[in-house]
Design a protein around this ligand. Structure first.
Ligand SMILES: C[S@@+](CC[C@H](N)C(=O)[O-])C[C@H]1O[C@@H](n2cnc3c(N)ncnc32)[C@H](O)[C@@H]1O
Length: 268
């Protein structure tokens, strides 16, 4: 399945800020808790975006792990490198990586491969996860996080109520537990499904609407079934805001719970 997905840096950054401000837990810390990376290990983060997991792994290993972050967005790699230059960490490397193409790393290089909210956009899951398996050492682990079908139910319910239309299937949540888990399980030697919840509590409608806009933005190419042009987009946002205001008036706040799955897979 070809997925025409793009991630503008400004939208990704906005969603990250909203999670930090209104969320009660931090997904990146969950990655660290599950993987507990150690000094001396080598780590690959696939679809690293602006590198936030890489920086956290570096902090957790006191700068003593070799960390590679790969992404196909030059814009996001630029942001990651800007932050890296400010920190002066010597063991983090950001580089171009398209996870639909062979990874430019030798076999058995990494102790850990991770991908947070990214790799499930791969066009050919079997190919991409076989690449992840290939670059891991024997005994290496892969940890992939992404949305479960129950994720952000309130967000989808508000959009459904506002539009009376079916929500377009999201490449992540619609296939994380099934196709993605099964593909990883068929390649790796042991696979487990973990889960994690993070309620985002919005005291006002405005930050929720900022989240909506950073998610529905036309440039992401995920929601284009719901609008054809700028005017329709504006009208869609207006309808969503109306419903969000009604829910807020009824409940005094808006609560959107992120329900995240983590697939932890081991290579013998
Ligand atoms: C939702 S963002 C997550 C970024 C980062 N892991 C984080 O948690 O902040 C998804 C990332 O996947 C990247 N991506 C999408 N398709 C890709 C591809 N074919 N190869 C490499 N990266 C890709 C995007 O550029 C974006 O950085």
């Amino acid at each position: 399945m070809q997925i025409n997905y793009r991630e503008p840096a400004a939208d990704l950054q906005k969603r990250i800020e909203i999670h930090e401000k209104y969320g009660t837990r931090n997904i990146d810390e969950w990655n660290v808790e599950v993987l507990n990376p150690q000094p001396g290990q080598s780590i690959l983060d696939v679809g690293c975006g602006a590198g936030k997991q890489c920086f956290l792994f570096d902090k957790h290993t006191q700068g003593q792990a070799q960390i590679f972050g790969g992404d196909f967005s030059e814009e996001l790699l630029g942001k990651a490198n800007e932050r890296l230059a400010g920190l002066g960490s010597k063991n983090i490397h950001f580089q171009f990586l398209d996870f639909n193409k062979p990874f430019e790393f030798q076999d058995g290089k990494f102790d850990i491969a991770t991908s947070s909210f990214a790799i499930y956009y791969a066009s050919d899951l079997k190919f991409t996860f076989s690449e992840a398996y290939r670059v891991l050492k024997p005994g290496g682990r892969l940890f992939v996080t992404g949305p479960l079908p129950e994720n952000k139910k309130m967000f989808y319910d508000i959009i459904k109520e506002a539009t009376n239309k079916a929500i377009p299937p999201m490449p992540g949540s619609s296939r994380f537990k099934g196709e993605i888990f099964n593909t990883i399980d068929s390649i790796f030697d042991k696979t487990e499904l973990l889960s994690w919840e993070n309620p985002l509590i919005f005291p006002e409608v405005e930050p929720f609407m900022e989240y909506v806009q950073a998610s529905l933005n036309e440039d992401r190419k995920l929601w284009t079934d719901l609008f054809n042009n700028a005017e329709e987009y504006k009208s869609l946002i207006g309808s969503i805001e109306k419903v969000a205001k009604a829910w807020h008036a009824r409940d005094g706040k808006l609560v959107m719970t992120k329900v995240v799955g983590g697939i932890l897979a081991h290579k013998k």
